[in-house]
Design a protein around this ligand. Structure first.
Ligand SMILES: [Fe+2]
Length: 485
């Protein structure tokens, strides 16, 4: 009870500092409130009633079409599912690799036997194993007809360095010289994206905004900063230019971890203010409902959400988040997913690839060229995303991050996105890949937790990247999160 009184006093002091005085009725209501978790909700509700009347709809509605979203059904994987899964991966990526001039004359691995020694050969295979040896790197590579050893010697430093970055289960093209049961490799090719794709620009002045990792329900959720964002998106905060920007926002992407979840890491319970998934989603709905209804929200799960962690993750289920399902402007998709935004009769719209980024830590650590470039794990997402675009796969190593052996491999980047967005590391970054793909990693609205301290993340909360779809320029707004030291 004493703790509750202290909490009430602190709230009143906090509001007084912001020159917000409470009405006698609200003070009475506050005094009769016996549950501390309801206090801030009650205050915000009242403030909204008094200071934020629902805005008239001012935007023409944005257009969102779901291109791909995995919906299950959930089932136990069989041995046959694994076979189909890897076959589908091989077939799809082989098709992309075959377009390359250097791989025009590929042979199946079983036909290598017919080649004489020192003959030039080209194969497309999946990496089964990788070993560091005294003189180089030895791979075992498979295709549906068999397997072969491939060696990259240290005497050819250029290709050796490239071989160092090869990861297990990726599909690649290899050229080399045949030996007895072995290929001496001299070329490595990833499916990648062709240079012929043109950068798309919308005829309309529309803005897409990117957020993830709100972690509602965590003690470290930055509510004040998030409410500042809410004021801005409602046109109540910022200078004229900033208000004009907010009026053009038509799409808000929420790329996972919108709640903190339950039992995600051992000491989490002590760091929670809301102790069930349902209540956390209810609180999230309470915040998201403050966003103008004429903005489309697109939401995918992350590893803190209620759905199983193995990817692809299905969209958030109604049984846990009924209040979110009441929102007419909220679109639920899987992780990963692809949606198309901003299309009209003359314009095809933008394909946006959403992936929370669960697999990134693995490649940030395992791929030497990425690990060496950035000492800090939180700064490596950009290079990991570029690496995965080259592989045309979001999580090539099967054991790198929890996966479902779906009949078709949905982690393949089959369709080339215009915009590729992620979250997970709690630190924003923006990049351009081959001049046509805009890559964006969202920031967060959570200060540093003990778990992030452990995994080496250095969050930078409260940064909101905004993409102008007409100019393809990214601008940042800072809602100023405080960093825990
Ligand atoms: Fe997160």
């Amino acid at each position: 009870m004493q703790e509750l009184d202290t909490k009430k006093r602190k709230l009143i002091e906090f509001l007084a500092e912001k020159n917000i005085l409470l009405s006698p009725e609200l003070l009475n209501e506050l005094n009769s409130e016996s549950d501390s978790s309801n206090l801030s909700e009650l205050i915000n509700k009242k403030l909204n009633e008094t200071t934020q009347p629902k805005k008239e709809k001012t935007r023409t509605p944005g257009i969102v079409n779901i291109v791909f979203s995995y919906t299950g059904p959930p089932k136990k994987s069989t041995a046959q599912d694994f076979i189909n899964h890897f076959n589908s991966r091989y077939t799809l990526l082989k098709k992309l690799l075959q377009n390359r001039a250097q791989l025009e004359n590929i042979v199946s691995i079983s036909r290598l036997k017919t080649k004489s020694e020192k003959e030039n050969v080209a194969i497309i295979g999946m990496v089964y194993s990788k070993e560091d040896t005294k003189n180089g790197i030895m791979l075992t590579v498979e295709d549906p007809t068999g397997s072969t050893k491939v060696f990259f010697g240290k005497t050819k430093p250029g290709i050796f360095m490239k071989a160092k970055d090869i990861v297990l289960d990726e599909v690649l093209g290899i050229t080399g010289v045949s030996g007895k049961g072995i290929i001496f490799g001299n070329g490595i090719f990833s499916p990648d994206i062709p240079l012929t794709k043109e950068i798309k620009k919308s005829p309309e002045e529309e803005i897409a905004l990117f957020m993830s990792d709100l972690h509602v329900g965590s003690r470290y959720f930055l509510e004040d900063e998030f409410l500042k964002f809410i004021s801005w998106i409602n046109g109540d905060l910022g200078n004229e230019k900033q208000k004009e920007i907010s009026s053009k926002v038509k799409y808000i992407f929420l790329t996972g971890d919108t709640i903190d979840g339950i039992s995600i890491y051992p000491t989490q319970k002590e760091e929670l203010t809301i102790l069930t998934f349902k209540e956390q989603y209810k609180k999230l709905a309470y915040y998201l409902k403050m966003i103008p209804e004429d903005i489309k929200l697109i939401l995918c799960p992350g590893q803190h959400d209620v759905v199983p962690i193995a990817e692809p993750q299905i969209p958030l289920p109604k049984e846990y988040c009924g209040e979110l399902y009441e929102m007419p402007n909220l679109i639920f998709v899987s992780n990963p997913a692809m949606v198309n935004i901003g299309s009209n009769e003359e314009f095809p719209g933008f394909d946006v690839l959403l992936y929370h980024g669960g697999s990134y830590n693995y490649y940030a650590d395992k791929v030497e060229s990425i690990r060496m470039q950035q000492p800090n794990l939180s700064d490596r997402s950009e290079n990991v995303m570029k690496f995965l675009l080259q592989k045309r796969h979001l999580s090539p190593t099967y054991d790198g991050y929890p996966r479902l052996a779906t009949e078709t491999d949905h982690m393949i980047i089959d369709k080339i996105p215009d915009i590729f967005i992620s979250g997970d590391v709690h630190k924003h970054s923006t990049f351009s890949y081959k001049n046509v793909i805009t890559g964006i990693v969202s920031s967060c609205f959570q200060s540093k937790t003990s778990f992030q301290e452990k995994v080496g993340h250095v969050p930078e909360p409260g940064i909101i990247p905004l993409l102008n779809l007409k100019t393809r320029e990214v601008k940042l707004l800072n809602f100023g999160g405080t960093q825990e030291k």
